[in-house]
Write a protein that binds this ligand. Structure first.
Ligand SMILES: *Cc1c(COP(=O)(O)O)cnc(C)c1O
Length: 645
């Protein structure tokens, strides 16, 4: 494409005078209007149009150019622009007569930041070649997704988010995963959490979702946080840091993705419906399996949105009383079912429902509804979890604990393998992470797998523990991990899962696991409670049982070398029974929830959980189902009928 420079090739020709002269004659405002008018005379196709810094300030002129073009925002550090302009002795910048260039740039920043199609996060000192490469990388990024079981599909981001699961039961994974350099990370240092998320997430393929939409979604999502700092990083002791992921409305890390997913989903559904016309669904029925926290976070996020009814399946007796009360307290377009089975049963049932032609046709014919997923099998749910590790790293750099480029270790209490997969992807993108440690409780199938290469469910039975949210034996996101370490070989992945379905086990070559650098270890029930007690004794800080599992495991891997970041996945007041036991607090088993919470509250000065948690009272489920597919399907259909009345 030829280059057309608005300054040199257009304005001077139209106005028949130097641009600096026009600026003096017209004044700032008059100049911007005249420039916008002049832009409307540009009639180019297949051309790279190089704008002036003031073109975006005139909304009409800029809208004209954008109508048939892509706006690429070269986001350069302001200090660098000031330095360059001083060398160039520029004399024709709008506003220059009365303001410093820094002032001009900070005013313009909001205009630039809300009017682009592609942002290029330019490193300080990047040369022309580097910037060109980055532009091409973003322009040419592959918008398609693969299925982990059959490779490349025709689906893009919006389709993947609304579908949840691929037709062949595989999980969707993007063909393009962006790379981030240390110097780009430096650009993220001054930003807050939502702004960091935006810059990382918009590098991924988003199909027709614009950066402006994503920005609005993220800002809205993280408004409802009681702490000023959405995601604080807290030093516990001995170089171990807790990333406090639990200040959202349901007090677990799931809020981070599930406050984003509903609006992201609506935006994607709109795009899909634009593309498919009258044949698009009027209702998206979210069917979600939960080990405790996804349920409430999903109900919170979706329950009040239009045409996204939520059905939650949880293992009866397999979640904490507070988790149960949280789910049952939600009013709105929701149906909460206590299933007399374990989490793995619930999760497999949900996957079966997605592939049950008869059930899906019934939902479509009778309600014009499609099934949708809020579990981390949905890429739209997993993807907002990638920024966690980046944020932790940037906070460590900002506070001087780590120099940019030095490596950190990360340890995650793991159930469905979604949170830790975010860390694995962050590392793949270039974040300097050394060890990634997968922590399990007594349901330690992952520890066995990561240390032997054998994933074996033959002699396994799910145990109920004090960390119920990771009581999982068949983590759905392991599949995305296997896809990555197999060298993105969907044939091999399909074979492993076929082995699992037929023989309840499969074996992965240890070389692949070693090369991935992921380690696993587990923590017993007794050790979990002892850890909570010990950390409280030593530091006055209370860990929730899941975070304690990770803490106990992390201490086995922590070296003098790297700081270790532990994912603090839930607020300790969500599990008062277990925590009281760990701290040897004399609380009667049947002591009301509010009283347990109050007793534990008084022990520390830690930030209390979101206000939504304070007013909960214990509840018993109205809908209890046997672990039978037909019974559960009937309950869901009865719920859909009741909605129509
Ligand atoms: C969901 C959850 C986990 C496990 O996260 P995965 O992404 O499923 O591995 C750990 N801790 C708590 C408190 C959770 O809610």
């Amino acid at each position: 494409m030829p280059v057309f420079d608005v300054d040199n090739d257009h304005l001077e020709q139209v106005w028949k005078k130097p641009v600096s002269k026009a600026l003096t004659e017209l004044g700032d405002e008059g100049f911007v209007v005249a420039e916008g008018e002049a832009c409307k005379l540009i009639n180019k196709t297949n051309t790279i149009i190089s704008l002036t810094g003031s073109v975006p300030l005139n909304s009409e002129g800029f809208a004209y150019l954008r109508k048939n073009g892509l706006a690429v925002f070269l986001d350069v550090d302001h200090a660098e622009i000031v330095r360059r302009c001083a060398i160039m002795k520029v004399d024709r910048i709008v506003g220059q007569a009365t303001q410093s260039l820094s002032e001009i740039l900070s005013y313009r920043s909001s205009v630039y930041n809300s009017n682009y199609d592609l942002r290029i996060l330019v490193e300080v000192g990047a040369n022309v070649q580097r910037v060109t490469d980055m532009v091409l990388d973003q322009l040419n990024k592959d918008q398609h997704f693969v299925s982990t079981r059959s490779g490349r599909t025709n689906e893009d981001f919006c389709e993947v988010v609304t579908k949840g699961l691929a037709k062949d039961r595989g999980l969707f994974f993007p063909c393009f995963v962006p790379a981030v350099t240390l110097r780009q990370l430096e650009r993220l240092l001054p930003l807050d959490y939502a702004a960091r998320c935006l810059r990382l997430m918009e590098m991924f393929p988003l199909a027709a979702i614009s950066p402006k939409q994503l920005q609005a979604i993220l800002e809205h999502a993280y408004q409802n946080w009681p702490t000023k700092d959405v995601l604080p990083l807290n030093h516990i002791n001995h170089g171990l840091y807790e990333l406090e992921l639990f200040h959202g409305p349901t007090a677990s890390f799931k809020d981070f993705a599930l406050q984003v997913l509903p609006s992201l989903f609506q935006a994607c559904a709109q795009v899909v419906s634009r593309e498919t016309g009258s044949d698009s669904p009027t209702t998206y029925l979210f069917v979600v399996a939960t080990s405790g926290d996804t349920g409430s976070a999903c109900l919170q996020g979706f329950g009040s949105a239009a045409n996204t009814p939520v059905v939650v399946l949880y293992p009866k007796g397999g979640v904490s009383p507070i988790q149960e009360a949280q789910m049952l307290a939600v009013k709105g377009d929701v149906c909460v079912i206590a299933v007399e089975g374990d989490f793995d049963y619930c999760q497999t049932l949900v996957k079966d429902l997605f592939n049950n032609q008869e059930f899906c046709s019934l939902v479509w014919n009778k309600y014009k509804g499609k099934l949708a997923s809020g579990n981390s099998i949905n890429w739209g749910r997993l993807f907002p979890q990638i920024p966690f590790a980046f944020h932790a790293y940037l906070e460590l750099v900002k506070s001087g604990r780590v120099k940019m480029g030095e490596r950190i270790d990360v340890c995650v209490p793991t159930g469905n393998y979604g949170n830790v997969l975010g860390v694995i992807l962050a590392k793949k993108m270039g974040l300097p992470i050394d060890q990634i440690i997968v922590a399990s409780n007594s349901n330690d199938v992952l520890t066995e797998f990561l240390t032997t290469g054998v994933f074996d469910l033959r002699k396994r039975e799910l145990m109920k523990t004090v960390s119920p949210s990771i009581d999982i034996l068949l983590p759905s996101n392991l599949e995305r991990f296997l896809y990555l370490i197999s060298g993105e070989n969907s044939k091999v992945v399909a074979q492993w899962f076929s082995d699992l379905a037929n023989h309840k086990h499969f074996t992965v070559p240890m070389e692949l696991l070693r090369a991935a650098g992921i380690k696993g270890s587990s923590c017993s029930e007794a050790d979990t409670l002892t850890t909570i007690g010990q950390v409280y004794q030593e530091t006055g800080h209370i860990l929730d049982p899941h975070t304690a599992v990770a803490y106990a495991v992390a201490t086995r891997f922590a070296g003098e070398k790297n700081p270790m970041v532990i994912a603090g996945t839930a607020h300790y007041l969500k599990f008062p029974g277990a925590v009281a036991k760990a701290l040897r607090l004399p609380l009667a088993e049947d002591c009301p929830m509010a009283q347990q919470v109050a007793a534990l509250r008084s022990l520390t000065s830690q930030t209390p959980p979101h206000a939504a948690l304070a007013s909960l009272t214990a509840r018993t489920p109205e809908k209890v189902c046997a672990a039978k597919a037909q019974a559960i399907q009937n309950t869901i259909l009865a719920f859909l009928d009741s909605r129509r009345q």
